[in-house]
Design a binder for this molecule. Structure first.
Ligand code: HEM
Length: 226
């Protein structure tokens, strides 16, 4: 095994990979949310459909999609390996173990929260990304140009109550996952300091709540007001 493989398959190496990919996925969430805010334009979906065409055809964005996929895969794979390693290293809990007092609920349930997010992601991609990239959407003409009507797909999807419920529940899980993950990533990368840690924690908390609230409002808006 060369030094590279050795470093990144060690526990510390895997934690570093999880932190970097986690923070990268956070930056994706910001871009994705800002793009999705165009759904609120009162233009029958024109801006959103034009934006989606750009995202689906721009070569830089398409390349970033592959980086994004790799980010997800490494993050999930290392999470599974580290969880297994922890279980094997300590199959029986410490005799004196008060997890409720010594750690937060989200830090003890990152695997469960991650699984909820993964299930959400599979359903989400199947519903939006697959038809957007591989066909199956109705067409619409905007300024004499033909577009795929992804906006209509969003409107139709968020008329279904259980679909809206899935999004809202998943965004609660995502918020808890991010609240712990954000500050944990900084700690793993050695970017914590007595002076700055409270700020990083507060920023991570605000980031998680604002981003997840932003995503959750979209299905609720379409269900109740459109
Ligand atoms: C209400 C919330 C959301 C809406 C309306 C929404 C909408 C969409 C749409 C329409 C697409 C297809 C875009 C295209 O291919 O042109 C997409 C793709 C995607 N979404 Fe979401 N999304 C939401 C929340 C999320 C969340 C919370 C995550 C991650 C946890 C996520 C992850 C992704 C990924 C990874 C893709 C594929 C990559 C891409 O096309 O950029 N989405 N989303």
């Amino acid at each position: 095994m060369n030094w590279f493989t050795k470093t990144f398959s060690s526990t510390v190496g895997r934690k570093i990979v999880m932190s970097i990919t986690g923070l990268f996925l956070c930056s994706f969430l910001v871009v994705h949310l800002i793009g999705n805010l165009q759904l609120f334009n009162e233009d029958g979906g024109a801006a959103f459909n034009i934006y989606s065409r750009f995202m689906g055809t721009n070569p830089i964005i398409r390349t970033m999609e592959i980086v994004l996929l790799l980010g997800f895969l490494f993050h999930i794979y290392d999470a599974i390996v580290l969880t297994k390693k922890n279980k094997t290293a300590r199959p029986v809990d410490y005799a004196v173990n008060r997890p409720q007092e010594n750690s937060t609920w989200s830090s003890r349930n990152m695997g469960l929260l991650g699984t909820v997010i993964l299930v959400f992601l599979i359903i989400h991609l199947w519903n939006f990304f697959v038809p957007a990239r591989f066909g199956g959407l109705e067409g619409v003409v905007i300024d004499n140009v033909h577009y795929e009507n992804l906006y209509l797909k969003v409107v139709q999807s968020f008329q279904i109550w259980w679909y809206v419920a899935l999004y809202v529940i998943s965004m609660i899980a995502l918020a808890y996952h991010l609240i712990h993950g954000f500050q944990s990533a900084f700690q793993t990368l050695g970017l914590d300091h007595k002076k700055y840690t409270p700020f990083i924690q507060a920023f991570g908390y605000a980031f998680s709540v604002i981003v997840c609230l932003g995503f959750a409002v979209i299905p609720l808006y379409f269900f109740f007001f459109r």
